[in-house]
Design a protein around this ligand. Sequence first.
Ligand SMILES: NC(=O)C1=CN([C@@H]2O[C@H](COP(=O)(O)OP(=O)(O)OC[C@H]3O[C@@H](n4cnc5c(N)ncnc54)[C@H](OP(=O)(O)O)[C@@H]3O)[C@@H](O)[C@H]2O)C=CC1
Ligand SMILES: CC(C)CCC[C@@H](C)[C@H]1CC[C@H]2C3=CC=C4C[C@@H](O)CC[C@]4(C)[C@H]3CC[C@]12C
Length: 477
Amino acid sequence: MTKQRNGVANGGKSDDTLSMVHEASKRGDDRSIYKTNLVAVINILKRMVNNILGPLAILLIFPNFMILIWYTIFHCNGSYLKLLYLVADKSNWSSLIHVWSLAGYPSPVIVWSLILYCAYALAMMKLLPGKKVFGPITPKGNIPEYKDNGFLFFFLTMGIFWTLTLILRPFGISPSIYYDKLDEIFVALNRFSIIFCVFLYLKGKLAPSSTDSGSSGNIIFDYYWGMELYPRIFGFDVKVFTNCRFGLMIWALMVCIHAVKSYELHGFVDSMFVSALLQIVYLAKFYWWEAGYLCTMDIMVDRAGFYICWGCLVAVPVLYTSVTCYLVTHPVHLGLAVSASLIFIGLLSIYINYEADAQKQKVRKTNGDCLIWGKTPDIIRAKYQLENGGIKDSILLASGWWGMSRHFHYIPEIMLALMWTLPALFENLMPYSYVIYLTLVLMHRSSRSEDKCRSKYGHFWSQYCNKVPYRIIPYFI
Ligand SMILES: NC(=O)C1=CN([C@@H]2O[C@H](COP(=O)(O)OP(=O)(O)OC[C@H]3O[C@@H](n4cnc5c(N)ncnc54)[C@H](OP(=O)(O)O)[C@@H]3O)[C@@H](O)[C@H]2O)C=CC1
Ligand SMILES: CC(C)CCC[C@@H](C)[C@H]1CC[C@H]2C3=CC=C4C[C@@H](O)CC[C@]4(C)[C@H]3CC[C@]12C
């Protein structure tokens, strides 16, 4: 049984390294001193990459990557190759400045639309009815409370969007204006989010909402990772707002806006239909399962900082919506057979991904007293220790999808993203940016999750790994 750590990268490794060096020098063995010194240096370098260089690189690279996505779609005909020619033409920095200078200053219509949307989303968080649900116990022993009204919010917002779109159409008012002004939306969101993350940093330092907060001692890491696990402002949970009420809902709305724009330009196009349909069903599934999401690493491990908050406020509205944005100017007629096949595989992927998440939840909710694929589940009753010393029980499921591999559900997640990207065919790499990014994020996430579980559950986790030896792809890795 090992103590649950609070999510900060590489917790505890320095002690191990020091004791290894100490042991080796006691033995007086030159080769092992050399080896352990090497391990110590590697660990220091790893910590530097995880805590300073990695975050710094993400802080510098990602906002530029987002503006380049916009620029590639709107000014390079969706081609990274054209973008590369531009970079090769000028020196790197001046071409980046040129791209930023092309992005428009947020006009009042964009600023007010965003403000009104935020006010609406915040009001709905409070006003819409929903069951009281609880997140899992935190490392400090707190149990955060939430209101499960995400699906209602999704349903209502989609309803309002389509009603307004249809009512305002005869007056020549269309939501496609938000497609035309994507650069302004991006600039407004990016500026706001960077400042908002400074505010979150200061709030975490000066007035944390709960005991699940604190500094790593490194200002760059604190800004990037965040100070608080679940900050609340006037009773509003920050991460529920940024992730669920803003990021994912703007994703759904942008996909609908792209579909409307495409319809205005070309009439019905099946590639846009397939891609938009799969994304909307996926997002509806997300909201249906929102209470489950509140028990994932994003909420229970990752703190409210640049990574999660800027990610959901800026990267999700730009990168996650890039496929349908690209399809607006690259319509493809797929035909019924191809469209139906993509939809079928996509829906199946959503189902498998949902079922895997649901199996994990079900087995814990019923304390193992349930059936998984019609059989009594194979479970490991694990124990772990909170930071305050309290001992807690948990269950690790080793059958169903969780018996195939330890993160099997990432396969349908990637497969689905591929299904909503394939309608773009293979003229450009740009629309595949999200699938590539997702694959990298999920590979990284699986190793983060494994590190977390190994340190949380100790030998119980090893027991699970012995039963289910593959990390993601059964019989392969
Ligand atoms: N589109 C996107 O950008 C992304 C989408 N996703 C999707 O979000 C969803 C949630 O992500 P996911 O990474 O799974 O969520 P989590 O981060 O919560 O998953 C991992 C956690 O599940 C628990 N767990 C691990 N193995 C088992 C087991 N065998 N039995 C029971 N519990 C276990 C552990 O937490 P503990 O024991 O501490 O509770 C572990 O840390 C998935 O559907 C995923 O595909 C994820 C990332 C990115
Ligand atoms: C700054 C960037 C380098 C990284 C940004 C990361 C975040 C925006 C994303 C990291 C994990 C993502 C998500 C996890 C799980 C999800 C459940 C799924 O059903 C819907 C999507 C999502 C909420 C997804 C959203 C973006 C992340 C938080």
